[in-house]
Design a protein around this ligand. Structure first.
Ligand code: 13P
Length: 258
């Protein structure tokens, strides 16, 4: 079994004060050494507050929600990998569907950010997923294959094996509509097969694939019980520390029962 990874994507929520409060309460709920990887992704301005609390913590890692593909220079409003690393950040979410649809990020740009993340020793959480129109048009596999092929262009197998892929069907994000476990499992297995085809079986077997899209404490157990679902990327339900903990707890239970 791959070690589950459960991440909170707070999007544009949680100012520094909220972040401190959340993390203090959340950490008090995690007993000893957690058998699943837990990651939180606050907005940029809340990263220092999170870093103050998480430095030295063995259970919870810090992610950024985005990153520049440049090192430094005249890129107004951008944040570099090195800036993030100074703030104890170990992971970075790249290619989230909100970045793709609302801010026009394309596959090649995301690929360039993935390369920069690896060069900088940050672990990418690489988001992919189809829109409702693409699903209804029977294009799920075509879209996922394109996003994976173009996203990983020029990236070595070893790095791909360390990538966390987040399959987030766009129609399930923030809508309360979760993909059925079968739909999610099918898409995850397909993504793994594309990676096996592009690289090899060993690499494909190593990649952890999270599901994202209306994950809640009530649907997590079923999702995480599926063979190719290795965790979750949680939006709305991660904003409350109790609810996010309930989701993490399902991951812990899955590990203990397998
Ligand atoms: P929701 O959990 O709010 O649907 O958001 C999912 C998501 O986009 C996580 O990155």
């Amino acid at each position: 079994m791959r070690r589950p990874i459960i991440a909170a994507n707070w999007k544009m929520n949680m100012n520094p004060g909220d972040t401190t409060e959340f993390l203090k309460s959340f950490l008090s709920l995690i007993p000893g050494k957690c058998p699943v990887d837990v990651v939180v992704a606050p907005p940029f301005v809340s990263l220092p507050a999170a870093a103050d609390i998480l430095k030295g913590n063995i259970n919870v890692r810090l992610a950024a929600q985005n990153m520049s593909d440049h090192d430094a220079g005249a890129f107004t409003g951008e944040i570099s990998a090195m800036m993030l690393k100074e703030l104890y950040v170990s992971h970075v979410i790249l290619g989230h569907s909100e970045r793709r649809t609302l801010f026009g990020e394309r596959d090649a740009f995301i690929n360039s950010k993935l390369a920069k993340a690896f060069e900088s020793n940050l672990k990418p959480i690489f988001c992919i997923g189809e829109t409702l129109a693409e699903r209804e048009g029977g294009k799920v596999e075509k879209v996922l294959e394109r996003q994976i092929r173009k996203g990983f262009k020029g990236i070595e197998a070893k790095q791909v094996g360390e990538t966390i892929v987040a399959y987030e069907p766009v129609w399930a994000i923030g809508t309360g509509v979760t993909a059925t476990t079968e739909q999610a499992q099918e898409a995850h297995a397909y993504c793994r097969s594309v990676i096996a085809d592009l690289y090899d079986m060993e690499t494909a077997a190593k990649v952890r694939i999270q599901y994202g899209g209306s994950v809640k404490p009530t649907n997590m157990a079923e999702l995480i019980s599926m063979k190719d679902i290795d965790g979750a990327l949680v939006g709305g339900a991660s904003l409350d520390y109790r609810s996010f903990y309930e989701i993490v707890k399902e991951g812990i239970e899955q590990v203990s029962s397998s």
